[in-house]
Ligand binder design. Structure first.
Ligand SMILES: [Zn+2]
Ligand SMILES: [Zn+2]
Ligand SMILES: [Zn+2]
Length: 233
């Protein structure tokens, strides 16, 4: 097996370090006798975890094409695949977090940057009467972070208002007229339990989501779509 290069992504290295630290503390507290066994394997643990942060592959695992490779942090196993296979496999997973292998480390990219398009009005399938003129950028807050997506509205005869189209997608709009920010119901359920059980304030909860979205620069994450004037490609 080819020896992997170690990652150069400082954010991921810190995450791995703290994961190992917490596992170590848990083992010591719970099973003191197991520490000796774990200590003999800790370098192997570290090597395997760090190897996940480097790629020795050059071809898509799905279609076997050669080129830029991507992986999803939220798909089980995080298989490496090309952009087309990644977009196809995420048709119904708009809130997964994507990374691109740039030759040195996996850097975060968004589905929006890869050309992902959300459809409203027909159960997330494309409306036959809409066009690129009917697209807007919408900020969607989910359990896994704050996302921006390009959404194409349904333009059938007598279409439902925007707030209704969002509700049918499982998104709770932040406003009624021309909503540009919305929340997933998974997030609302999670916040409800978090506030009841952990007494988390809305402000602290949102700050947590910002760190999920960008742990190095959480202040760069928008508080609403209005704070990020984006232009279409
Ligand atoms: Zn592919
Ligand atoms: Zn995924
Ligand atoms: Zn339609």
């Amino acid at each position: 097996m080819e020896l992997h290069k170690y990652p150069k992504n400082p954010e991921r290295c810190f995450s791995i370090f703290f994961i190992i630290l917490h596992i170590n503390i848990w083992i010591v507290q719970t099973y003191p006798q197991a520490l000796t066994s774990w200590l003999e394997l800790r370098n192997q643990y570290l090597n395997i975890l760090l190897q996940q942060e480097a790629s020795s592959h050059t071809h898509c695992h799905i279609c076997n094409i050669q080129g830029d490779l991507y992986r999803c942090k939220d798909c089980f196993g995080s298989p490496l695949c090309c952009k087309e296979c990644l977009l196809h496999s995420h048709t119904h997973h708009p809130f997964h977090r994507i990374q691109k292998w740039n030759g040195q480390f996996f850097e975060s990219v968004t589905l929006l940057q890869l050309g992902y398009l959300l459809h409203a009005g027909h159960g997330s399938h494309a409306c036959q009467h809409s066009s690129p003129d009917n697209e807007t950028i919408i900020c969607i807050v989910d359990v896994l972070g704050v996302f921006q997506h390009k959404l194409r509205w349904c333009c059938c005869q007598e279409p439902e208002p925007a707030y209704a189209q969002l509700l049918r997608l499982g998104l709770y709009p932040a406003s009624i007229e021309q909503p540009e920010t919305s929340f997933t119901f998974s997030l609302l359920d999670y916040f409800h339990i978090d506030s009841v059980e952990c007494k988390t304030s809305a402000n602290n909860f949102y700050n947590k989501l910002r760190r999920f979205t960008n742990s190095l620069f959480p202040d760069s994450v928008p508080v609403s779509q209005f704070s990020v004037p984006l232009t279409f490609d």
